[in-house]
Structures are given as C-alpha cells and as structure tokens.
Design a protein around this ligand. Structure first.
Ligand code: MGD
Ligand code: MGD
Ligand code: MO
Length: 891
C-alpha cells in the first residue's frame, strides 16, 4: 500500500523517513539540524509535520514513512509553529543580526522563507576563534544544532566537537581543547560544509569577493583523485569544496585538497623560460628556449646515440603530457630511457601484481571499502596519506567491520583495529608467509578458488611447510600466537580487502612483500570479487596514469612491452616509427649513468629528484655532471637549480587534461585560472619541442592526444574519449566506445590466465644489521605536507607543521640523551642530518620516523643506494642509523 505526502502518492521504502520521502517528491521540509547523509539529530523542531488526524505533530526526520500514512508538510498551523520556533532560535544567535554572512547560509535563507527577521540581536558575546590557519568558529552564530558533531564523527571520525550543558545553556566545545588550534581537528572541512549558520567557516569564506566562475576538476595531490569545485576570481582560486555527488569522494576532502591551494599564486612561481648563464639563469622567450632544447637534444643524440638521453615524466602532471614525453624520446631519440616517480613509489606493487595477476593496478575499487567484510591495511598510513579513504576505513571500523593493521608504527588506524601486527620494518615477507602457513595448515583457505584459478599451489605449500611460526616471530617481532589468531580471523571471513601502501613497496624486498601479500589475496579467494581484492593506495595524483601512459622503460602506453615485436609493429603504424626493442633504464639507473657520464642529457618534468631520490649526495653529483638538463617546473626546485633550461609549467588549476586515480579512474582536469606569466601546460611545450624537431605534431588540444592514446592501447583505453569523461570519468579497462569501464578487474578469471602463487624466500634488508648503526629509520609522510613540500609549504599549511620532527621512542631518546624538542644528529652510512625530536610511543623501541617534506632536513642524505632487484624501487623504509643529542638536553 502506498502513503501520501501533501496529497501525492508515494511508495514507502525501507528505512526511509518522512523527510527523505518528501525530498524524493521534491517537497522541501525546513530543518536546521538534519543533513542528508548524517545521522538525524531531531532537535530543531522545524521539520514537524501533521500525520493523519493526530493532534500530535511528528518530527519528520525521525519518523519512518509507513504504508497508509497521510502526511501534511505544510499548513497554516505548521507555518505559524515554524515561525515561532525559528524566532526562538534566532533570538539566541546575536551574530545572525550583527554580522551578515557574506556567502549567505541556510539559517538566513530559512528566515527569509518563513518571514522571520533578526530582531534586535544582541551584543557580540564572544570573539571569533581564529587560532587555526584555515577554520574559524563564531560562537555568536552557533545554534548548537550538532550538525558539526555528526559531520565530524560520521564523515571524518575525528570526534572534535561536543555540546556541553542543556537547553538555552548548551554550547559547542572542542572536546580536546578550548581552541581550534589544539582541538585535534584535521581540517577536513566537513563541519563547515554541515554548519547551517556560518558559525563554523573557512577563513577564505570571509572573503567578500564573489566568485567569477566555479569549475569542477580533479585534486592535484594524492592518488585518490577527489573531485573539486574550485571557485575563482581575477585569476585566483578563492575557495574549494568537494563535489557532493562525486563517485570518488562524495563531497569530502582533506586539508590539502580543500585548503592548500595558495601555492598557485606564490610570488616565486616560475613565469618565464630560463636559460643557464654562468652560475645563474637569464630569461628567454619560448621560441628561443624551445629551439635551444631541440637543437641540444638532437646534438647529443647525433654525437652519442640514443643511450645518452633520458626522460622522467611527472606524476603531478597530465596523462597527455606523460604520453607525449615518452613518445618524444622513444620516437625521435630512439631510446626507452623513460621512467617516472612510480619507480621510487609503488614500482614494487605494480611489478608484483603484474606478475601475479597480469596487470599491476588495483584489482578493486574504493567503493569496495564499504562492501568489505574484513579490511587489512598493510604499510599504508591512510588517514594521513589518503585522508578521504582513511576516513572511510575508519568509519567502517567504527561500524564494526574488523580492521587489521600491519605497520611497524602505531598509526592512527591502529587505534581502530581489532589487531595491530607491529612488525619490524622490512619483515613483511616472513609475516605474510606465516599467515599463509596457518591458512593452509588449518585448511582455512578457499580450496576451489585456488584449484580453479591459481597456479603454483604445490610449490607454495611445500615451501611453507619448511617455514616455522617461531622463526617468523623471531624475525618480525610479532608473536606466533598473534599471527595464528590473525590468520584464523582471515580464514573465517574469506574474501577480504587487502589495502597496501609503501610499507610493502619501498624495500629491497618490495616485490616479494607484495607477492606474499597477494598470496593471501588468492588463498582467501578475494581477487576478482566485490568488497575484496588488492587495493594499493597509489601515491601521486597521476602516478597511475603516468605509468599507464608508458612512463616506464620496458612498456609503452597500456603496459605493452617494447620487447614484443607485435607491440612495436602496432606502435610503428600509429607513431610512424617503432620504439627500440631493448628496455631502457629506470630512474636510479639513469642517475647512475649520468654520474658516470654515460647519460649526457635528461629531461625532468616536475619531479624533484635532488630531494626525493635516495642517497642524495650521489643524485646531486649526477645532476651536476649533465651537459643538458631540461626541467619543467612550477618552482625553482632543488633539481631545477642544476638545469640548463627551465620551462615554466602551468599547475593543476591552470591546465586541461586528465589524471588517473588509484582505482584506474580517468578523470578530467580543467583550467580554472590562467597560468602566471608565460607559464604553459607541459603537454603543449612537449608538442612544440616535437615540432621543432621535425615531428610534425599537430595536436590542437589534449582531447586529440587522448584519441591517440585510445588508438595505441585499445585493450585498456579504446573506449576513452573526452566526451565520456564528464561526470565520474571511466575506470580502465575500457576497450570500446560502449564499454562502461571496469570496477573489479579479474572477475571472470585473471588477465594473465591463472593467478600466480609465489614461494618467495625472505632476504633480510642489507640495512637490517649494520654494525655501529643500531636503530632503524623509517621515512614517510605526515598529513599536512606533500612530498618534497614545494606546494604545501607555500600555503598556510606551513603553520600546521612548521618544521620536521624525528619520532623517537622515549627509551631510545633517553639512551641517546635526547629530550622532547631537542636537536638530534642522525647518521647513516650514507650521510647525516639533524632534526628536532618528538618523543612518542607510536614508534616501537629501536625504530625512528622522519619525513622527507623539508628541504632543511633533506632526509634523503640518509637513505642508501639499495633497491629492490626486480622493480628498482629504493629502500626508503629501512635505513640503519645512529642518533645522538646535537645540543645538551635541558636540565
Ligand atoms: N599528506 C600526504 N599525503 C600523501 C603524500 C604526502 O607526501 N603527504 N604523498 C603521496 C604519495 S606520492 C604516496 S606514494 C602515498 C604514500 O602513502 P603511504 O604508503 O601510506 O605513506 P608512507 O608514510 O610513506 O608509508 C606508509 C606506512 O608504511 C609503514 N612501513 C614502513 N616500513 C614497513 C614495513 O616494512 N612493513 C609494513 N607493513 N609497513 C611499513 C610506515 O610506518 C608508514 O606508516 O601518499 C600520497 N599522499
Ligand atoms: N625518504 C623518502 N623519500 C621519498 C619517499 C619516502 O617515502 N621517503 N617517497 C618517494 C615517493 S613515493 C615519491 S612519489 C617521490 C615524490 O617525489 P617528487 O615527485 O619529487 O615530489 P613532489 O613533491 O610530488 O614534487 C614534484 C614536483 O612537481 C612539481 N609540479 C607539480 N605540478 C606540476 C605540473 O603540473 N607540471 C610540472 N612540470 N611540475 C609540477 C612540483 O613543483 C614539485 O617540485 O618521493 C620519493 N621519496
Ligand atoms: Mo609516491
């Protein structure tokens, strides 16, 4: 039976409230405390409705619509009541009349609608809390509707707010502190989005300037690929919001995506091409700079051959730029020396998953987080490095889905986990094998799946018989009992979502770690199923895309191996010339060759290798030896200082193109503001250099480049066209114009045929027992800064994390005579630096944690040359170090 709302028929749905049903009919019921997607509060009394003949009014946000119900949402009686209620609410907020909201807000709109005026107001009782660089709180506007409480708890899971007192005496407080600055707020902005009165607002909301335009685009920071609504005026980004309906982020953002945008207008942006002159640079025209680069590259090619040139495409820039750069080097300079930052990032993950499944990308999608019955997060600090996904993981754990965290540090997610396996850095392989051993021995694995879909089972089984849990305990530091208990949890659940980060990749055993992790994915029958599978959290905004495009020495666009004659023949048809057959060098190999003088010319697009690559002293020596270094950059980075030519680049808000996120979703990037000065989009400049080299490249816009990408790699991108990328983009593989894209890969069988179980032996890191260097340094990230800090340090985020901190366990600190905040000298076999100490039990005894966000610390002088033998990924996660107090501890 149907129900009726305002006389209109409606079929009640499970769990739908009267208010939601009314919305479905397009009927707006006024409310101030309820917000779609959040738990209803039911406190404001504005959404009361009449039900049947009952004299008792019902809160529509709390009443389920049942069949046969007759609801009236608007009547003279309700209107009078709502006016009265709103009048009372407004009477309590002097701010509403004192300070009109420049952006307008829900309360003001409702007052206008119901004909309620602000009345005399009152005098401002409180000062606006302006202690946070991005958020503000104006108590005089707060109606304690608790929407911010719900948003903070239910979206981000940060639990910053509480309401103290009752009735008219109630007030919003910051749970952990009296001010924003010490509230534990992570500045995701969910509360600001939810606040109906403008009591919580963004600092840039106070901006009186109206937006000239608002453009949907993709965030330029991490590989989540959140969709942004960017408002701009006069060439400047004013404010950023999440796109509410976006598949990836559903309106949510993190501190960087939402607030850290000021870098685009930094005074030291590169605005004109620069040519080296003596120890410095002189300005040049585009024509001169492009002609110079074309001529010098051609000279090096002619005199020293293809092996003397190389390129690194930027994972911060677009697919179209990455595609053209690798094409330029492969076609014009006949070299496969092209690579990208995936090398120093998830190269091991991609290599291992490629071996195991047939493609190196995630097998699952972000939405599988909500579908999963068990979540395992290994070596990924998601709440800091992928905060929007981190928040979703946290919400699932809060909802009771078991979460297992595997990390040497007690990261925030570990606080929400049912099990935290706090292994020693670099010991993933024996830990994962031990888990697999228990699954096999106790017959807790998915036998039919393994029989039908996998190979290598007998080998793995006999290898695991030779392993012991006691050895695993000794090596990893995790007790055998803990391991067995965790394996039983996994076995009892079956299909599981296996999330991973760099803690599996950036090791000499990176590939082995991910192979052993993927064994668990196959033994549990997870790969190819919804709510399960392998979900590596990719790093940069376009690192997935960069590798997809062929930013790798062994594969052209679409992971097609250069060694395959059929691939070369197909490429020759489209490019007019085949790439060479021999795979080129990886980034570390290119830098070593440069140091030897074998590589003479390098083109580095938006990657600050002088700061981000390991063993910094040698990287700098390599850069200094180059005869031609071309750098495409936003800023004079540490690397750009070594350049002979610098091309000023348009940044994320200034160019059109596409990025591909960590779930293989190709999304549009759109110019919001013009690039400063003469800066130009990367792809355009590469095209023009190609033209200057006689390639006759015509591409008028990035969409034309995408058409060629579809043609050269039809199996993955054949159906990708710009027209199809409006809205939520497309997840590859998307082989045909009518193909909807692919959320779960390998559903119908592995791309490579059978999934490959791997009996990989454990080889300890060469840094694991170095005499005289007793501590293990782990390097990685914190929430507020991004990689080498070029961008976030040019925003108010600087105030959130002004300087680097070395995380030290209190016992290790005491042994070294180091106090909280004291300067610590850190030495490895490769170099030394210093940073201030933060004493914390989040790191285990014997290990330390440091970021690479600060050029002052330049932590990569400490990291060594070791890397995974198969993926060439450096071992950033394990370095043997020693520490001592660099200044006397306070008495
Ligand atoms: N705020 C912020 N977000 C970022 C970035 C940023 O710089 N700042 N960078 C982006 C990029 S490029 C990337 S690649 C991603 C990286 O994202 P993540 O991979 O999550 O980041 P990391 O901090 O490098 O390291 C992840 C975790 O690995 C753990 N770990 C270290 N050694 C081991 C080990 O042997 N085994 C296991 N199981 N764990 C270990 C560390 O303790 C750390 O918690 O983040 C992206 N997002
Ligand atoms: N010790 C240690 N070192 C590490 C890591 C670690 O965990 N520990 N992680 C490694 C990882 S995972 C990564 S991905 C690397 C990252 O290392 P990088 O790639 O060097 O780091 P980013 O800060 O992302 O810097 C890229 C540069 O791109 C520029 N840029 C931004 N947008 C654009 C654009 O559109 N066009 C152009 N041309 N330039 C642009 C920025 O100004 C910046 O200078 O660092 C690695 N280094
Ligand atoms: Mo990365």
């Amino acid at each position: 039976m149907t129900a009726r709302i305002d006389g209109r028929e409606i079929e009640p749905r499970n769990d739908e409230t009267v208010l939601e049903a009314a919305e479905r009919l397009g009927i707006a019921v006024p409310t101030l405390c309820r917000r779609a997607g959040l738990h209803p509060e039911g406190g404001c009394r504005l959404c009361l409705v009449e039900v049947g003949d009952s004299p008792v009014l019902q809160a529509s946000c709390h009443t389920r619509l049942a069949s046969g119900m007759q609801v009236r949402t608007h009547s003279p009686r309700l209107a009078a009541l709502r006016r009265e209620v709103l009048q009372l609410i407004v009477g309590e907020v002097p701010g509403a009349s004192l300070r009109p909201d420049p952006q307008g807000n829900e309360l003001e709109r409702l007052m206008a609608e119901l004909g309620v005026d602000a009345g005399p107001g009152g005098s401002a009782a409180a000062e606006v809390d302006a202690t946070h660089p991005y958020l503000r709180f104006d108590r005089d506007r707060c109606i304690t509707c608790r929407r911010c409480v719900h948003a903070c708890n239910e979206v981000q899971g940060q639990f910053v707010y509480a309401v103290e007192g009752r009735g008219a005496e109630s007030r919003l407080v910051f749970g952990r502190g009296s001010r924003f600055a010490d509230s534990g707020c992570v500045a995701c902005g969910a509360c600001v989005e939810a606040c109906p009165t403008g009591a919580l607002f963004d600092r840039d909301r106070a901006e009186p300037e109206p937006a000239e335009r608002t453009v949907r685009t993709t965030c330029g920071y991490c590989g989540v690929g959140c969709q942004l609504e960017v408002s701009a005026s006069q060439g400047r980004v004013l404010r950023i919001r999440g796109v509410p309906e976006a598949a990836v982020n559903r309106g949510h953002l993190c501190v960087k995506g939402r607030y850290a945008h000021a870098h685009h207008r930094a005074a030291d942006r590169l605005t004109t091409p620069l040519l080296r002159e003596g120890d410095g640079f002189r300005e040049a025209s585009w024509d001169e700079a492009i002609a110079f680069v074309a001529r010098r590259l051609a000279e090096v090619h002619e005199t020293s051959g293809p092996r003397a040139l190389g390129a690194m495409s930027s994972s911060r820039s677009t697919n179209e730029a990455a595609y053209l750069l690798q094409k330029l080097f492969r076609v014009r300079f006949e070299t496969n020396h092209v690579d990208c930052c995936a090398r120093v990032c998830h190269a091991s993950t991609a290599h291992a998953l490629g071996k195991v499944t047939g493609t190196g990308a995630a097998t699952a999608s972000f939405d599988d987080i909500e579908r999963a019955r068990l979540l395992i997060v290994a070596g990924a600090n998601a709440t800091e490095a992928h905060p929007v996904l981190g928040a979703r993981l946290k919400q699932r754990a809060l909802a009771g889905v078991p979460l297992v965290v595997i990390d040497p540090r007690r990261i925030e997610l570990a606080d929400y986990a049912v099990v935290h396996l706090q292994l020693r850095p670099g010991t993933n392989v024996p830990l994962f094998h031990a888990l697999a051993k228990v699954l096999l021995e106790e017959k807790l694995f998915d036998e039919p799946y393994v029989r039908e879909r996998c190979e290598g089972f007998e080998e793995l089984a006999s290898f695991l018989r030779g392993q012991s849990l006691d050895d695993a305990e000794r090596i990893t530091g995790v007790s055998a009992a803990r391991i067995a208990e965790t394996a039983r949890l996994i076995g009892a659940t079956g299909a599981t979502l296996f999330v991973n980060g760099l803690g599996l990749s950036e090791l000499t055993q990176g590939v082995a770690s991910v192979e052993a992790y993927a064994n668990l994915g196959m033994l549990t029958g997870s790969i190819g199923k919804p709510g399960a599978g392998m979900l590596p959290l990719r790093g940069q905004n376009n690192v997935q895309g960069n590798a997809d495009m062929g930013g790798a020495p062994g594969t052209i666009t679409g992971y097609q191996p250069v060694a395959d004659p059929a691939v070369r023949a197909h490429a020759a048809q489209i490019w007019g010339k085949a790439p060479p057959a021999e795979p080129g060098w990886t980034i570390p190999e290119m830098l070593e060759a440069a140091e030897r003088g074998e590589i003479r010319a390098l083109w580095i697009q938006g990657e600050d290798v002088a700061q981000s690559d390991p063993n910094e002293t040698h990287v700098r020596a390599a850069l200094a030896r180059l005869e031609l270094l071309v750098v495409q950059e936003l800023f004079l980075s540490e690397t750009a200082r070594y350049a002979h030519v610098i091309f000023p680049a348009a940044g994320v808000f200034e160019q059109d193109g596409t990025f591909t996120n960590g779930e293989r979703r190709i999304q549009r990037v759109r110019a919001v503001v013009p690039a400063p000065g003469a800066a130009r989009p990367d792809w355009e400049v590469i095209r023009d250099v190609g033209r200057a080299l006689g390639l006759g490249w015509r591409y008028a816009d990035p969409a034309e480049v995408m058409d060629e990408i579809a043609a050269i790699a039809p199996r993955l991108f054949g159906g990708v066209r710009y027209e199809r990328l409006e809205g939520e983009g497309l997840q590859w593989p998307c082989p045909a114009p009518d193909h909807p894209g692919t959320g779960t890969v390998h559903a119908a069988g592995f791309l490579r045929g059978r999934g490959r179980l791997s009996a990989v032996p454990y080889v300890p890191s060469p840094e694991s027992a170095v005499e005289g260097f007793p501590l293990t340094l782990v390097t990685g990230r914190v929430l507020d800064h991004y990689n080498v800090g070029t961008m976030t340090r040019r925003t108010p985020s600087r105030e959130l994390a002004p300087e680097d901190r070395l995380d030290v366990h209190p016992d290790d600190a005491a042994a070294a005579g180091v106090a909280e905040g004291g300067l610590v000298a850190i030495e490895s076999r490769w170099g030394s630096t210093a940073a201030r100490a933060r004493l914390t039990r989040r790191v285990a005894r014997g290990s330390l944690f440091l970021t690479f966000h600060y050029p002052e610390t330049h932590c990569n002088v400490l990291t060594g040359p070791q890397r995974d033998p198969e993926s060439n990924c450096p071992e950033y996660k394990v370095t043997a170090v020693r520490i001592r107090a660099a200044e006397p501890a306070a008495p």
